[in-house]
Design a protein around this ligand. Structure first.
Ligand SMILES: [Zn+2]
Length: 267
């Protein structure tokens, strides 16, 4: 599932194509992805409007339109925006397209989504899902005191709190797993048992994991997937720090990997 670094890469590319451009055509017939459902509304909301900005908070994208309207997009499990030649035919997984003109240049972006868990929402104001998001660690940084306060109130495993989109927007299974390995903390540790020094380690671990992934994603082609992780998806492989085999547990329904030596279970 795309996490913050992936969505930021999509935002940068979309912003480069769409910002300052005028929409000449826009279409989607996919009722499962579009909300509110009417396919006609998608084109009507976009055509003739200028895109003033493509913003992101957590895993949500927001296109600001010249008339004050907005298009929100969540990539779900397999969603992705790509640029194609305006004449290029639709691909099998194409669910929406937006064609634009800036000066004499014509360009086209397509929304591809094989499993169709993504969402495209046309709205006049910010939607509740956007408003409910916590600070974005890339755009806003990580407020250690706020994080400490939220963790201190929680019996939940620290990993679950990190993945709560109202706590920090955009952290998914990958970033949380990697951050806790950097922080040398067992992902199952209840939030309220963490010392302040440990919360500082968590915040630093998140920063390290985020910077590393951003660097890799920005250097990769399109949606090329590269395994650059220390422990995520590496069950059974040696820990890059101490060579202990990485273990895997299921935590709140998500596969979670960690090093039992570097991230010892709290007694
Ligand atoms: Zn280790």
């Amino acid at each position: 599932m795309p996490e913050l670094p992936d969505v930021e890469v999509v935002r940068l590319r979309l912003d480069g194509v769409l910002r300052g451009a005028t929409v000449t055509a826009a279409a989607s017939k996919d009722r499962r992805i579009l909300r509110p459902g009417a396919p006609a509304g998608f084109g009507r909301a976009l055509v003739g409007r200028k895109v003033s900005e493509v913003a992101r908070r957590g895993k949500w994208l927001r296109l600001a339109l010249g008339d004050g309207g907005r298009l929100f997009c969540h990539l779900g499990m397999t969603g992705w925006w790509v640029e194609r030649e305006p004449e290029a035919a639709a691909e099998r997984t194409e669910r929406a397209r937006i064609d634009v003109r800036r000066g004499r240049a014509r360009r086209s972006v397509r929304y591809l989504d094989g499993r169709r868990f993504g969402r495209l929402v046309v709205a006049r104001d910010d939607i509740p899902e956007w408003r409910a998001l916590g600070p974005d660690p890339l755009a806003d940084g990580i407020d250690v005191d706020r994080l400490a306060e939220l963790l201190a109130r929680s019996r939940r495993p620290v990993k679950d709190t990190l993945m709560d989109q109202g706590v920090l927007a955009g952290i998914g299974n990958i970033l949380a797993t990697e951050a806790l390995w950097h922080a040398r903390l067992d992902p199952r540790t209840p939030g309220k048992t963490l010392s302040h020094a440990e919360v500082v380690r968590v915040a630093r671990g998140l920063g390290t994991a985020l910077r590393h992934e951003m660097k890799v994603r920005l250097g990769a082609k399109d949606d090329e997937w590269r395994d650059v992780f220390a422990v995520y998806g590496h069950a059974g492989a040696p820990c890059p720090r101490c060579r202990t085999p990485i273990e895997r547990v299921v935590l709140s329904g998500r596969g979670t990997t960690f090093c039992p030596t570097c991230q010892p279970e709290r007694a």
